[in-house]
Design a protein around this ligand. Structure first.
Ligand code: NAP
Length: 281
């Protein structure tokens, strides 16, 4: 079997097209949608992700203000900036670019954001609502995974879905989103034994680990749907957590890296921003 490659850029382009029209309608009423990004440090990849998000916002006709802070800025200073942006009514969405320096407690910083302006959906209130199945700002990467499956016409309900990775910000909310859609979900991590035996049973396999090409063809079943969230740099080139060449021979559907979950995550960030904006405009 040769897998159908899911084009995340094409699905994202549809999302942008719809959002551009909706933003223009609201802007005509006189309220400018404004996003604030806080970026700490000088790491090149992180800077690149910030630029991609800025460009996505500008492409939709939104204003985007980025605060670039030095690596050794104090956590208190970052929280003060978040609080200032919370209080600023002209700002509709706030995003703190991950990762933060090791000296900071990521959750403390994220939880300082007004949950209604939390366009990344990582505030504990939004995470808690997601857990309860209540309406919430849902984290962008989990939303991207679900939207990719929906737009590809894949029925999630009752599918045995394996999520590899259980991080608080990525793997767990993906698993909860899938559970909320009535998939049967297994979650794997570093203490999981015989990982390949579990992944091989997955109808839908979602991998969010951060280890280049660790999922190989012998670890998936024939006809599996493989969604690769991983983003790794190998010899300067971006690749996922899935061995794309090998697995695409066996899967029914597979997302590439680049061009899969990444562009859809940014599109979902813009949808979250639009929702926050439209509730105030
Ligand atoms: P993370 O915080 O480092 O978490 C990695 C998870 O993978 C942990 O739960 C860890 O298990 C598990 N893991 C690590 N090695 C493993 C192994 N050999 N076998 C099984 N499980 C293993 O990383 P993250 O923030 O969740 O991000 C994961 C990946 O997604 C990264 O490549 C990141 O760049 C990417 N990402 C992509 C997007 C996108 O838009 N495409 C967005 C966010 C993140 P333990 O919990 O046991 O340590």
């Amino acid at each position: 079997m040769s897998a159908q490659i899911i084009d995340g850029r094409a699905i994202a382009a549809q999302v942008y097209s719809e959002l551009t029209t909706r933003v223009a309608v609201l802007k005509a009423k006189g309220v400018i949608p404004r996003v604030a990004i806080i970026h700490v440090g000088t790491e090149e990849m992180t800077k690149r992700y910030v630029t991609l998000k800025e460009n996505a916002a500008i492409r939709l006709g939104m204003e985007c203000v980025t605060y670039h802070l030095v690596e050794d800025v104090s956590q208190q200073r970052v929280i003060e900036l978040v609080q200032k942006l919370n209080a600023d009514e002209s700002v509709h969405g706030i995003l703190v670019q991950m990762p933060l320096p090791d000296s900071m407690d990521t959750k403390t910083v994220l939880d300082a954001i007004d949950p209604e302006k939390d366009i990344d959906g990582l505030h504990f209130c939004n995470a808690g609502k997601l857990l309860n199945g209540e309406p919430a700002v849902i984290a962008c990467t989990p939303r991207a995974v679900i939207r990719i499956l929906d737009e590809t016409g894949i029925d999630i309900m009752s599918k045995h879905t394996v999520v590899v990775g259980k991080s608080v910000l990525v793997g767990r909310p993906i698993a909860i989103c899938l559970l909320n859609r009535n998939a049967t979900v297994s979650v794997c991590h570093t203490k999981t034994q015989n990982l390949g035996d579990i992944t091989k049973n997955a109808d839908i396999l979602v991998v969010a680990v951060g280890r280049a090409k660790m999922i190989t063809a012998d670890m998936i079943k024939d006809g599996a749907i493989v969604v690769d969230v991983g983003m790794n740099r190998v010899d300067g080139k971006l690749c996922g957590d899935v061995d794309f060449e090998g697995c695409s021979e066996k899967a029914a559907y597979i997302t590439p890296v680049p061009g899969g979950v990444g562009p859809m995550t940014r599109a979902m960030l813009m949808e979250n921003t639009y929702k926050s904006y439209s509730s105030k405009a």
